[in-house]
Structures are given as C-alpha cells and as structure tokens.
Design a protein around this ligand. Structure first.
Ligand SMILES: N[C@@H](CCC(=O)N[C@@H](CS)C(=O)NCC(=O)O)C(=O)O
Length: 190
C-alpha cells in the first residue's frame, strides 16, 4: 500500500512437522518475520512499528497524536484479542462465500469490530479507518476477508470498509496469490 519495495519469501506451512523450518529465519518459529538490512523483526505489530520508525514520512501511523493513540489502541485490540472469531473463522482467500454459524463469543467479537470500524470511519470520513491507509488497516485486513467469506455482518459500515479495502491493487495481488496456492492447511478450514 505504501509502494515500498520488498521481497516475499513463501514458506508453506508444515503443520505435521511443527513448522520447524520457520526456525531457520524466525526466532519464534512463526510467521510473519521481516528481515531488513540484517535486522530481524518478528510479531506483526512489531513489524508495523519498525516500518513506522524506518519510513517516518510514509505515515504508517496517523500524524495527530490522539488519532495515533486510537490507531495503536485498535491495532493492539486486534493483535491481542478477538480469539473466538480468529479461532472459528480462519482467514481464507480460497473458500467459497457461505454464512457460518458462530458462537456467542465470536458474535461479541464481530459486534466490537463493527463498532470500531463505525467509530473510526465516521470520525475520519474514510475510506480507511484513519482516512488514508495506516497500520490499523493492515491489522484489520485479514478480518475484512473473514467478514466477507463467512458473511458475518450486513452492517453498512462493513460493506463500505470492505469495498475500500478489496478494491486496492495490493488486495487483488494478495487474493490472487492466495488463490493460486494448491495446498490445504486443514487447521485453517472452518
Ligand atoms: N502474534 C504473532 C502470531 C504469529 C503466528 O501465530 N503465526 C502463525 C501463522 S498466522 C504461525 O506461524 N503458525 C505456525 C505455528 O504456530 O507453528 C504475530 O502477530 O505475528
């Protein structure tokens, strides 16, 4: 989204083998992991903070201190929470769109996410949570996919945000790349 050059190294999951091959480049043995100029950064939110430090002019976080605090708060909420939703509704670019019955816990997560999107978009005017694309949108992008494929909400704000996100060319590239994968990770099939 910020048109910064990067190289993606695709290491398919090997759940049966415990993904031990990830340990070759990632201290936690998990992905994502960024390696830049000999610096290794793991944990998605730490990677986004690193990008903010490295490219201060790209506005990875909003300029305004109040908005930046809000963006960091909702991003941390995503990073550390919504476990029911994340467990029951894995992100999947290849799944056919179909409603999925979800637990009360996951419904509570959905309601809170709709509330966040509603407040942020009303406040900023959109198209992204804080106006232009920021780290907060990067954190919520996988949830846009979950809302779409499992038809989790028919709130106006959800289709509005989903349209903004899924009409970007990085989204198309991401979706296309996911759809060309031929392997199935059983753990990530709802
Ligand atoms: N809190 C970490 C989560 C990392 C994580 O759980 N990654 C998953 C894929 S989304 C993974 O690598 N799983 C492989 C495994 O647990 O063996 C982050 O935000 O980066």
């Amino acid at each position: 989204m910020k048109e910064i050059e990067f190289q993606e190294n695709l290491w398919p999951f090997d759940m049966a083998g415990g993904n031990r091959h990830f340990e070759e480049f990632s201290p936690t043995g998990k992905v994502p992991c960024l390696v830049d100029d000999g610096i290794t950064v793991w944990e998605s939110l730490a990677i986004l903070e690193y990008l903010h430090d490295k490219f201060p002019d790209y506005r990875f976080w909003p300029n305004d201190i109040q908005q930046r605090a809000n963006a960091r708060s909702v991003s941390n909420e995503m990073h550390g929470g919504f476990l029911d939703l994340r467990g029951e509704c894995p992100m999947n670019m290849n799944r056919r769109v179909e409603a999925l019955p979800i637990s009360d816990g996951a419904r509570k997560d959905v309601d809170r996410i709709v509330e966040i999107w509603d407040q942020c978009l009303n406040n900023s005017g959109g198209p992204f949570l804080f106006g232009e694309f920021t780290n907060a949108d990067a954190m919520f992008a996988p949830v846009v996919n979950r809302f779409d494929i499992y038809r989790l909400s028919d709130a106006d704000v959800v289709s509005r945000y989903s349209n903004a996100m899924t009409s970007t060319s990085p989204w198309h590239e991401w979706e296309e790349a996911g759809r060309t994968e031929t392997w199935i990770v059983e753990e990530d099939e709802a």
